[in-house]
Design a protein around this ligand. Structure first.
Ligand SMILES: NC(=O)c1ccc[n+]([C@@H]2O[C@H](COP(=O)([O-])OP(=O)(O)OC[C@H]3O[C@@H](n4cnc5c(N)ncnc54)[C@H](OP(=O)(O)O)[C@@H]3O)[C@@H](O)[C@H]2O)c1
Length: 311
């Protein structure tokens, strides 16, 4: 069992990681911010230390592994993304290397690779994750660095795709018009990949996605079935998504909060294909493989939202 320093444990993916790491018997320290809502991890009785990735330093002595899941997934501008996701990651990794940490697992994103065929990241968020990966490659020394690149993650506690589930609960699966396949992954399959990455060799960034890609029609069917009520798919043109993103960005200027749906998310959803070959990930993380098919995963997620009163 290892002593693990986890960032981002208060978030969607990180809170599932905290559950799994504790359940596996690891000794987990979670970093939190002064402003963090810690309710999801309080019941685990973890040790908590304060760390703001935008500028703070963490004492990492005595930890075997850092699982770096904390990041900004919404920001008002590229500089904010870079400060936390790129510079913050490099600072943490150098502190980990100096403290003798054995392994640094970085939760990057498929956005660092960019959408299918793009040859690179196409958003400020994706560029910040790619810059973080580049910075990690320059951290020398004996510390193993593992880079995992999840695609779109869904599951209980996620608020990003919640609007799609809410609409489906009202009988509408709103999907972008077009033929861009996606390969969403259930959060439990990302968690099992991270658990495998604590010991597996991973010499290259590993995409973590569902077993198969899906068309948006298949996503709509899964959403409607998960809603357990009659519904139909509504195919809207990308311009509608982009307008919603733009409006949300304008509103965020007044509220000062990062927008829930910005043009980056709108573009990612409506204009791009996001698929990947998980073959190398399966080989390196053996015996990991994604186990949750989209129909079962969406049904389980929708049932959780209903139980918790989110839809
Ligand atoms: N969800 C996806 O579809 C997806 C896909 C690919 C990759 N990822 C990656 O997976 C990781 C988790 O994403 P998520 O969806 O779980 O996001 P999330 O729910 O927004 O969680 C983000 C976490 O990062 C922490 N954080 C943000 N800014 C920070 C800062 N300046 N200093 C310290 N901690 C900070 C947050 O802490 P607070 O509680 O204080 O806000 C929170 O714990 C991220 O690295 C993300 O890039 C996610």
């Amino acid at each position: 069992m290892s002593s693990i320093f986890l960032t981002g444990g208060t978030g969607f993916l990180g809170s599932h990681l905290a559950d799994a790491l504790v359940e596996a018997g690891h000794d987990v320290t979670a970093s939190v911010r002064r402003t963090s809502d810690t309710r999801r991890i309080d019941r685990l009785g973890l040790e908590k230390v304060e760390l703001d990735l935008a500028g703070g330093a963490a004492g990492l002595g005595g930890h075997d592994v850092v699982v770096h899941c904390g990041a900004l997934t919404r920001a008002r501008n590229e500089a904010e993304f870079m400060a936390v996701n790129a510079t913050g990651t490099e600072r943490l990794a150098r502190a980990a290397a100096d403290a003798g940490v054995r392994r640094f697992v970085f939760i990057s994103s498929l956005a660092a690779r960019g959408p299918d065929g793009a040859g690179g990241p196409v958003s400020p968020y994706g560029r910040s994750k790619a810059a973080a990966e580049e910075a990690l490659a320059s951290v020398g020394g004996p510390m193993d660095i593992v880079v995992l690149r999840p695609g779109g993650v869904y599951g209980p506690r996620d608020s990003d795709l919640l609007p799609l589930f809410r609409l489906a609960a009202r009988g509408w699966a709103v999907i972008p018009r077009g033929a861009n396949p996606v390969q969403p992954v259930h959060v439990s399959d990302v968690v099992s990949a991270v658990i495998a990455s604590l010991t597996a060799p991973a010499p290259e960034p590993l995409p973590i996605a569902g077993a198969a890609s899906s068309s948006w029609e298949e996503v709509a069917n899964a959403l409607i079935a998960a809603a357990e009520r009659p519904g139909r798919a509504l195919r809207v043109p990308p311009a509608v998504f982009l307008t919603a993103g733009l409006l949300s960005e304008f509103i965020s200027r007044w509220t000062g909060k990062a927008p829930a749906m910005d043009r980056r998310r709108a573009r990612d959803l409506s204009l791009h294909a996001w698929t990947c070959d998980i073959g190398p990930s399966r080989r390196h993380l053996d015996p990991w493989r994604p186990r949750v098919a989209i129909e079962a995963g969406m049904a389980q997620t929708a049932a959780w939202y209903r139980r918790e009163g989110w839809v």
